[in-house]
Every structure is written in structure tokens, then in C-alpha cells.
Ligand binder design. Structure first.
Ligand SMILES: C[S@@+](CC[C@H](N)C(=O)[O-])C[C@H]1O[C@@H](n2cnc3c(N)ncnc32)[C@H](O)[C@@H]1O
Length: 243
């Protein structure tokens, strides 16, 4: 039987795997050390193992649940009219893309991605298309294979550009700045930008200000968007294209 439910994969699967296995190994060795009477090293490993196990649980919550709830709230707050054109940069298996599609029954959503399996488990164009069918929104979803640093769209095409945990995957600051400038270029005058990412959101804001964007703000998205702990927190960058 074919499974027709949408599934959105795991972000950075190698990191979650490392945390889980590392935690289990440390806890197992800690138990062994307690048994042979090496209490101090056992306690050190116990604390380390518990820390990794909690980090893995927080990461799993974010990737399977927390980011879904946060993006529902973000998209609802935009109060879309329902006929917008939306672009998702690094859409992956379509979590944000398809949530947007549900909110624009008379519009169109476009997802662009390079489909990296290292950045998201099972990340393929076919998987995203299957999710669009499962969510009942395939009629208004377009998928493009491409690089967000060089968007293959005319300037001023989209009412809304979104991105979730994707821009930071570009390894160099110049490339990330180019992606953010591209996002602004393809927005219609007055169009809105929402980029959730960690580490570099403030730098993205500076790029947007340089290019004349209005209402540029960053805000912390809270524990539901922690990839393991507060050290890997996610920030939302919001901005409006110049009128
Ligand atoms: C962690 S996944 C997040 C996917 C999706 N936004 C989500 O929240 O479920 C990061 C995505 O960014 C994509 N990506 C990385 N670098 C990219 C680039 N330069 N251009 C387009 N997509 C890229 C990856 O292929 C991957 O799908």
C-alpha cells in the first residue's frame, strides 16, 4: 500500500545522529564505570551523556514539531489575502512551502532548492512533489532546481519570500549576502520577507538595509526552534521591499 501522508524529513540528520549515538555511548560507558567502581569518571560521563541526550530530544522536537508550530503562527500573522505569489528559498521537502500553499488557494507558491540530502533527510524534488499531492495543494506548487544565490526569476515577481534554516548552508558570507540581496530583488515593491535562520540573521539584516529594505527587524523564535539548545537558537528576520 502506498503511504500518502506528507513527511518532512529531519534537518541536518548527521548532527541529530551524532548527538543521539554520542549520548547513548557516554551513558553506557558511565554505567560500566559505576559497575567497576570508578565513580568520578562515571559521573563525568553521566553528566555529558545526559546533556547530549537532552540536546538530541530538543533537536528532535524542533525538527518534528516545534518549527511546524512556529511557522503556522508566522504565516497566520501575515494575514495573506489568498492570491499571493510566494517563494520559498531552500524549500527542502516543503514544510513552509506547503503551509504557504494552503493559505493561498488562488495564488501560487514556488520552491527553489538544490535538494541536498546532507541538509535534510530524504531531500528530493520527488519527495516534495509527493508531499504537495498528499497535502492537496499540488495545483499551485512549482518546484525549481536552482541556487538561491542566483534566482532564475524576474525582479519584482513575488509578494512574499520565505526561507527556513536554509541560507546558513551557504558556506561563505559573500554567498549568503548574495542570496539575501536576491530575495529582496525578486520581491514586488512592498513585498514581505521572512527568513528564519541561525547564526547570521543580523548580518542578513545589514545587507537588507544596504539595499534599501524597510522595517528590517530580527527576533528570537524561542525554544521551539532550538537545534539542540540555546547555543543553536533560530532568529526570524523580517523586512519589507522598498515601495
Ligand atoms: C535544513 S534544510 C531546510 C529545508 C526546509 N526549508 C525546512 O525548513 O524544512 C536546508 C535546505 O536548504 C537547501 N539549500 C542549501 N543551500 C542551498 C542553495 N545555495 N540554494 C538553494 N537551496 C539550498 C538544502 O538543499 C535544503 O533543502
Amino acid at each position: 500500500m502506498v503511504d500518502e501522508r506528507a513527511t518532512y524529513g529531519v534537518d541536518a540528520p548527521g548532527v541529530l545522529f551524532g548527538m543521539t549515538v554520542g549520548g547513548l555511548v557516554e551513558l553506557t560507558v558511565a554505567v560500566a564505570l559505576f559497575i567497576i567502581g570508578w565513580a568520578i569518571p562515571a559521573i563525568v560521563l553521566l553528566v555529558g551523556g545526559l546533556g547530549l541526550a537532552v540536546s538530541a530530544a530538543v533537536f528532535a522536537h524542533t525538527t518534528f514539531r516545534g518549527k511546524f508550530r512556529v511557522w503556522d503562527e508566522e504565516l497566520d500573522a501575515l494575514r495573506l489575502a489568498g492570491d499571493e505569489r510566494v517563494l520559498d528559498l531552500g524549500c527542502g521537502r516543503g514544510l513552509v512551502l506547503l503551509k504557504a500553499a494552503r493559505r493561498v488557494p488562488n495564488g501560487k507558491v514556488t520552491g527553489i532548492d538544490l535538494w541536498s540530502g546532507r541538509d535534510q533527510l530524504g531531500n528530493t524534488e520527488d519527495a516534495t512533489l509527493a508531499n504537495a499531492c498528499a497535502e492537496g495543494v499540488a495545483d499551485r506548487v512549482e518546484l525549481v532546481t536552482g541556487d538561491m544565490r542566483e534566482l532564475p526569476f524576474e525582479s519584482g515577481t513575488f509578494d512574499l519570500v520565505v526561507s527556513s534554516l536554509a541560507v546558513h548552508n551557504i558556506p561563505d558570507a559573500e554567498g549568503r549576502a548574495r542570496a539575501i540581496a536576491e530575495a529582496l530583488r525578486v520581491l514586488k515593491p512592498g513585498g514581505r520577507l521572512r527568513v528564519a535562520d541561525f547564526r547570521y540573521a543580523k548580518a542578513y539584516g545589514e545587507v537588507l538595509r544596504e539595499w534599501g529594505a524597510a522595517d528590517v527587524h530580527t527576533r528570537d523564535l524561542g525554544w521551539r526552534f532550538w537545534y539542540g539548545g540555546p547555543h543553536a537558537r533560530t532568529t526570524m528576520l523580517t523586512a519589507t521591499a522598498p515601495a
